[in-house]
Write a protein that binds this ligand. Sequence first.
Ligand code: PLP
Length: 466
Amino acid sequence: MLGLACAACLGRRGGLRAYSALTSNLAPFTNPSEKERNSAVTLVRGEGVHVWDDQGNKYLDGLAGLWSNALGNGNERVIGAAHAQLKKLAYQHTFWNRTTDIAEEYTRRLVDFASHRGVVQTFMSCGGSDANDTNVKLAWYYWNAVGQPSRKTVIARHGAYHGVTITASSMSGLDSIHKGYGPLPLPWVRHVSTPHYWRNGLPGETEEEYSSRLAKELEDLILREGPETIAAFIAEPVMGAGGVIPPPKGYFQKIQPILQKYDILFILDEVITAFGRLGERFGSDFFDIQPDLYTVAKAMSSSYYPLGAALITERVADAIKDQANKFGVFGHGYTYGGHPVACAIGLECLNIYEETSIWDHVKLMTPTFQLTLKQLETHPLVGEVRGEGFMLAIEFVSDKATKAPLGTSVPPATILANECMKNGLLVRSTGNVVVLAPSLVFTMENFQELFSKLKASFDSFDQIVY
Ligand code: PLP
C-alpha cells in the first residue's frame, strides 16, 4: 500500500508546474507573479548604512532595512556579543520557571531603560506582530482579572500597521492586509479615522480643532459600543507603514482623557519609534503619552536578530500576577521569546544606544533631514512632505489644491522608488507615498549622499511622468 501511495504521489508531483528558485518563496508584500519575482533584487552584503546586490551594485539604505536596522550592518560589538552567546549557550527557553542568565540580565536592563515610562515588566517575543498579539491577550487577561470580562473590543485606526498575525492584521487598518482573507478584520476590532490633518482637516479647521473632532469620534464610538465592552485602544505614536503620519497638534492630549474617562487600556505600538527614532528614547517621550502597555521590536536588536517585547506598566502587571496566581501559571509563551542570542544582541544594542545617546544624534540631525526634504514641497507634484525625527514621507498629488492623488499607470511612488534604486538608494513606496527612515547612525555625509541621489531620482521621475 505504501509503495502504491508513493508512486501516485510521484506521478502527481511530476505533473506540477515547476516553481523557479524565486517563486518557490512566497515573498511578503510582493506580487507573486513569475515576472515580478524575476525582477527581484538580491542583496548579498552590508557595511554600515550601505548594502550591495549580487550584481555588485551599491545602495544607500534609506529605510534602515524595515525602519529597523538602527546601527547599520557590521557593528562589531553586536556581532561579538552574538558570537560569544552562541558559543556559550545557543539556546534555552524561559518556560516553566527555567530561565537563562542573559534573558534575566537583558529584561532587567530593559525595564530599567523604560522605568521612566512606568514599565515594571517585559514579556519577550520575536518581533512586533507577536508582541502586539501579546498585548491584546494581556488586555483581555487584565479585564478578566479585574472582573470586567465583557471588555473585549479593541479600537484601532484606519491606516495603522500593527503587523500580520491574525490579531495584528485585524487591528491594522490597511486594506492590503485584509484583502483576500475573508474573516479579517476579526469582529472584536473597530477602526477610527486616520489622524491626517493635511488630507482630512476641514477648510478653516485648525489642527487642534481637528484633534478635538477625532477625540469626539472616538468617544462617540465608545458610547455606541458601550464602554463596558471596550478593552483597549491601540495606536502608533507616528503612523508608519500607513504613510508616516505624525499626530495633529494636541491629538494624544485629547485622546487620553477619553480613554481614562471610560477606563480603557492604551496600547502604544512603539515598534518603529522606540530606542531613538524620533530623537527621544521613546515616541511616548516625544509626544508625552502615558499608555498602559507598550509594544517594541525593530531597533531593539537593530534587526541583527528577531526580537520584540510587550512592556507592561504596574496597573496591568499587578492584576496579571493576581490572576495568574489563581491559575497557577500564566499561559502564554513563544519558543523563541527571550532567546539567549536575541537577548545578548538586544543588550549590546542597548549598551551602544545609551553610551552614545543615539537619540541625541537623531535630534541633532533631524532638522537637516526634515527641513532639507521639506523643500520638495515646491515640486509641482508633491503635495506634502511630513515626518518627525528619522521618519519622513513624500506624498504625490496631481493637483495641490484638491490634493487629488497622482494617477499614473504605475503608482508614482513606485516610479520614484525605481529611479532611486537605479541611483543607488533604497526607499519604500506605497501608492502615492515614498517613505524614508534611515539608520539612527546616519551622518551628515550619509544625508548628503541621500539628498543628491534623491535629487537625481526626481530628475528622471520628472522625465517619466511629464
Ligand atoms: N507595529 C508596527 C508599528 C510596525 O511598523 C510593524 C512592522 O513594520 C509591526 C508592528 C510588526 O512587526 P513585525 O514585522 O516584527 O512582526
